[in-house]
Every structure is written in C-alpha cells, then in structure tokens.
Design a protein around this ligand. Structure first.
Ligand SMILES: [Zn+2]
Length: 266
C-alpha cells in the first residue's frame, strides 16, 4: 500500500554537488513536501521523506534514518531524532558539519567512510562507525553494507575517486534498500541482488546520464526505483526519460518520482 501525504513545512534548502554547491536562500522557505509511506507488513512500514537533492529522512519500523543530512538543522525540525545517520561522501551536498551539529544526534550512530570520519569534529568520534567499501555493520537489527561509489568517465574520475565514498545497502526484516551515493553505473551496482527499493543518482557532470542509470537499473532489477540527486550544473536530468527507459527495459520495475527539490520549479 502506498500513500502520498503532502506536508507543508518550512525548510532550509540548498542544493549542489562537489564543492561548488549552489546555495539558494538561507532563509526558511515554505515548501510543499510529499511523504511516501510504503506498508509491506504491519510494523515494518518504510516512510520516505525527501528533504532535498541527496538528503532524506526514512522511518523504517521504529527506526529513523537520515541520509546525508545537509541544508541546516531547521530542515529536520519536523522529524524524529535520528537513530542512524548515513553519510556517503565529503562533498557539501552530502556532508555538512553545521547541520550535524545543529541536529539532536544524542542517540544516533553515524555511518561514514573514513574520508568523512576524518572531517567530523572529535565530539562525534564515539558515535561514528567507519565502514570501508565492502564492510558491513549491524545496528538496531538493520544490516548496513557499504557499497563502492565512483566515476568511470575519464573526465569525471576526480569527482568521486573509487574507495573514498560509500553507497549503502540496508537490510531489515527481509527488505533491502539501496542508496547509490554519487556514482556511475559501476559493476558493483549492476551486480546487486534482491533489492526492494533503490535510490539512484543521475546528474551531469558529477554522476551519470539517465541512460546509464536506467541501463544499470534494468540490470540489477530492484522492485522499485526512486530517482534522486538529479540536478546537475546547470541542467536537471530528465527523470521521465529515465522512467521510460527503465520500463522499456523491464516493465516490472516500478519507477517512483518524488519531489526532491520542493523549492524549485521542476
Ligand atoms: Zn552529490
């Protein structure tokens, strides 16, 4: 069962990628937000709240999970405090120390690659689990596995060097969710198995085209795929084209478009 719940809230909003993040106003803006609630079985519902671009809050069973929280703590004021914070990479659209310091992280475990952990203030050290590509950890009954994320195109290789950042696969009560992080259509993505929900990036020049993203998705066949991180510089990726290509390749994969840029006109 899926329910789309529009929620009006104010949020700090900024987007970007790499160091040249585009910062729209730092003032709070009213934004219409969609929350998707997916009920698989009682007690294990998976609720998706896109915050912006690469950032989201998920409620999975009794757990609250933040993915790459950036944009100021104000953007998270309507959500429960995090149990798990997943950070994929060092760039400003994925890691923002000020946001982390502004959040209530008193009960949170922070999952991050070493390159991110090195940038975190010492006050976070006791709560950080450092995962290298391929490593995994169990927290609150959720298994978190770090998946490589990196660029393949020669001209893009410096954006995301192999081994630095982490995508993640989370497994909980028999369900598996994949967050790609910033990556191209790498073999490690194409060979993923039994993924229920996949969050897939697509933007240029930093990650990949919608064609490559669709091709990879058709290869590993998640049950559902959510395009995210789809604004590049200056263009916004054509996510309807992505949906078209995925469904042409495999009509059994459901493509779900949520609004990851609630303050932008697309
Ligand atoms: Zn990014």
């Amino acid at each position: 069962m899926k329910i789309l719940i529009p929620i009006t809230m104010s949020c700090l909003f900024f987007i970007g990628c790499k160091e040249e993040k585009k910062e729209t106003d730092t003032k709070a803006m009213e934004a219409q937000r969609e929350t998707e609630v997916v009920e698989k079985e009682p007690g294990s519902s998976f609720e998706i709240n896109p915050v912006s671009h690469a950032s989201a809050v998920f409620n999975w069973g009794d757990h609250t999970i933040y993915l790459d929280p950036v944009g100021g703590a104000e953007a998270y004021k309507d959500f429960q405090a995090a149990d798990l914070i997943l950070i994929t990479d060092i760039h400003g659209d994925h890691l923002d120390i000020a946001t982390l310091e502004g959040l209530d992280t008193s009960n949170a475990k922070i999952i991050a690659p070493a390159a991110v952990a090195e940038k975190l203030p010492e006050s976070f050290t006791s709560q950080v689990d450092v995962l290298a590509n391929g490593e995994s950890k169990d927290r609150y009954g959720i298994t978190i596995e770090a998946i490589p994320m990196y660029n393949l195109r020669e001209e893009a290789k410096d954006f995301h060097v192999k081994g630095r950042g982490n995508g993640y696969v989370l497994s909980y009560k028999g369900e598996r969710v994949y967050f790609s992080g910033d990556t191209e259509d790498i073999s490690e993505m194409r060979s993923l198995k039994n993924i229920d929900k996949a969050f897939i990036c697509m933007n240029l020049p930093y990650t990949m085209t919608v064609e490559k993203a669709a091709d990879a998705v058709v290869d590993f066949k998640p049950k559902q795929v959510y395009p995210y991180h789809y604004r590049g510089r200056p263009d916004v990726s054509d996510v309807s084209r992505f949906k078209e290509l995925v469904n042409k390749g495999d009509s059994g994969i459901e493509v779900i478009q949520l609004d990851w840029y609630p303050s932008e006109p697309f």
